[in-house]
Design a protein around this ligand. Structure first.
Ligand SMILES: CC(=O)SCCNC(=O)CCNC(=O)[C@H](O)C(C)(C)COP(=O)(O)OP(=O)(O)OC[C@H]1O[C@@H](n2cnc3c(N)ncnc32)[C@H](O)[C@@H]1OP(=O)(O)O
Ligand SMILES: CC(C)C(=O)C(=O)O
Length: 509
């Protein structure tokens, strides 16, 4: 019998994932996510692109300072200033990595870099050498590798390994390749780059044709031992290969792949929910592994089969990915211990102060709602999982609305201990209260997106409002939950405003 092979998971949710339009996260959110990735036990966290902005630099550095059990990487173009900045940020990590890249396809070299093959080869070698002066662990990516000339890939990989690259990454940058083709590419690189055994082979697949995961798995079969991916598959354009799908495919089909990862699979669902909440990017219901319907059985024949035996229609258990089966969780007579235990099993690790606040809110909710589901609890604590300084807090609101009158909203907010009240009219009650808040806060930002969904089923279900506001080029997500949808909307709007003000204050410091 062959020994199972260890496959490393390189998570790039904080870098490529954050490149999804509208998915920006603030510093506290990134730290929270990095800690969750540590609980998930990914091998490498790509924490950002340090030179991209002062905010990116600080978040890479703070992740490096706070996460101890994963390797921490920063992306850097093949430029000395990028590499300097990347190292300045990752040097605080127990295990730092500089990840430098340059495009190798004719299209990118001609139109984007305006550089010849020789120049690209020389820059790649010089920059890997340059990075090695700082850091033992240097990953080199040949951007757009899947559309690059294969002989050039052999040449550039051999050259960068010679000067010390520890990982060579083969990205399918534009999601163009197919599983058979990518298998051959990785197989050929493994067999034609003379010093390939001195470096790890990595792949990074995008999902433009919906083949990101299939291509990644084909590459693993061909010999790649580091797989780059993101939670929920978020990322540039159609996204990256989804971490949870890759991991569960390897896990469920050990017979086919003979591979294992270090991932704590019961943390997959909490990680997915966290990313969705932090980015405001909803998970489609039929999404594999983590979608609401992934373990739901609707039709009679399937339900009959499931009643007879779970294995008839489930190839993995919901528990194995961190979904608990306790639909009915806690009620108004529950105590703090049971509440905390439930939170931990859902993947939320709150401080004592955060827990106390969440418990008080849980009791208020339990008075309003007959049945409290896991999702209600998650909705409550997600705000606590990422503490944001509250510049404004909702004190009171009143709306006057109907189909024959102009909707009017009166909102009173607390700013420190000062009460500020404004009134405004709008196209509907939510528009009216948002306009009243604009009058209090002042404008400069715009509402980019607003969505409302119910957290669970039932007439007393909580409404969850998600808003995106934009200031300059920056987007801030806010969320709010309440059994009253106008209140949920106000909370979401104030949450986004508070995040924006936190960021502005941080930039002023
Ligand atoms: C495939 C990927 O996902 S790559 C990662 C993509 N992520 C990002 O771009 C993160 C956000 N980016 C940014 O904030 C900015 O683009 C920055 C700060 C990195 C650079 O900003 P600017 O200096 O204003 O340059 P801009 O983005 O307009 O153009 C990119 C420049 O980098 C060059 N470049 C692109 N890739 C590389 C590379 N790998 N190595 C060296 N130079 C590169 C381009 O040729 C161009 O150079 P030019 O200014 O001499 O024409
Ligand atoms: C920088 C590389 C790894 C990348 O993100 C891509 O090619 O998609």
């Amino acid at each position: 019998m062959q020994m199972a092979k260890h496959i490393k998971i390189f998570d790039t949710t904080l870098r490529d994932g954050e490149q999804s339009p509208g998915c920006s996260m603030n510093l506290q959110e990134k730290i929270e996510l990095a800690k969750q990735l540590e609980r998930l036990r990914v091998d490498v966290i790509e924490a950002g692109f340090a030179i991209a902005s002062p905010g990116d630099f600080v978040s890479v550095k703070t992740v490096a300072q706070n996460v101890k059990n994963c390797r921490i990487a920063s992306l850097a173009r093949a430029l000395p200033e990028d590499i300097d900045r990347a190292y300045e940020a990752v040097k605080y990590a127990e295990a730092p990595r500089i990840h430098t890249f340059i495009a190798t396809s004719d299209i990118h070299m001609k139109y984007k870099l305006k550089a010849s093959k020789e120049e690209v080869l020389q820059r790649a070698v010089e920059m890997v050498k340059y990075a090695k002066k700082y850091c033992g662990d240097v990953e080199f990516s040949a951007e757009d590798a899947s559309r690059s000339e294969i002989e050039f890939l052999y040449q550039i990989f051999e050259a960068v390994i010679k000067v010390g690259a520890t990982v060579i990454n083969i990205p399918d940058t534009v999601g163009y390749t197919t599983p058979d083709e990518f298998f051959k590419l990785i197989h050929n690189i493994k067999n034609n780059v003379p010093n390939i055994d001195k470096a790890e082979i990595s792949v990074h697949c995008h999902n433009d044709l919906g083949l990101g995961v299939a291509n990644t798995l084909a590459a693993a079969k061909a010999g790649a031992t580091q797989l780059e991916c993101t939670i929920n598959g978020i990322g540039e354009r159609a996204g990256n290969a989804a971490l949870e799908e890759i991991v569960m495919a390897l896990n469920t089909r050990k017979d086919e792949y003979g591979m294992f990862t270090n991932i704590e699979t019961t943390e997959l669902y909490p990680s997915s929910r966290l990313v969705s909440k932090l980015t405001g990017m909803k998970i489609q219901h039929n999404k594999a592994i983590v979608g609401d319907n992934a373990f739901a059985h609707e039709s009679g024949i399937h339900q009959h089969g499931m009643l007879a035996h779970q294995s008839t229609y489930e190839i993995m258990t919901p528990e194995s990915v961190g979904l608990t089966n306790n639909k009915l969780v806690l009620g108004k007579h529950s105590g703090r211990h049971a509440f905390e235990e439930r939170l931990i099993s859902l993947g939320y690790h709150l401080s004592k102060e955060e827990l106390n606040k969440a418990f008080q809110e849980f009791k208020v909710l339990a008075d309003k709602k007959k049945v409290i589901y896991d999702k209600d609890i998650e909705a409550l604590v997600l705000d606590k999982a990422v503490m944001t300084k509250e510049f404004y807090k909702l004190n009171q609101f009143v709306i006057n609305s109907g189909n024959t009158i102009t909707p009017t909203g009166i909102v009173r907010l607390l700013k420190e201990n000062e009460e500020i009240e404004e009134v405004a009219t709008g196209h509907g009650p939510v528009d009216a209260v948002f306009k009243a808040i604009d009058k209090i806060v002042g404008n400069g930002f715009t509402l980019e997106d607003y969505a409302l969904q119910s957290v669970t089923e039932g007439e007393d279900a909580q409404g969850e409002a998600l808003v995106k506001i934009k200031l300059g080029n920056d987007i801030y997500n806010g969320r709010g939950v309440s059994t009253d949808v106008v209140e949920a909307s106000i909370k979401a709007y104030i949450n986004a405003i508070n995040k924006m003000l936190n960021e502005l204050e941080w930039h002023e410091e």
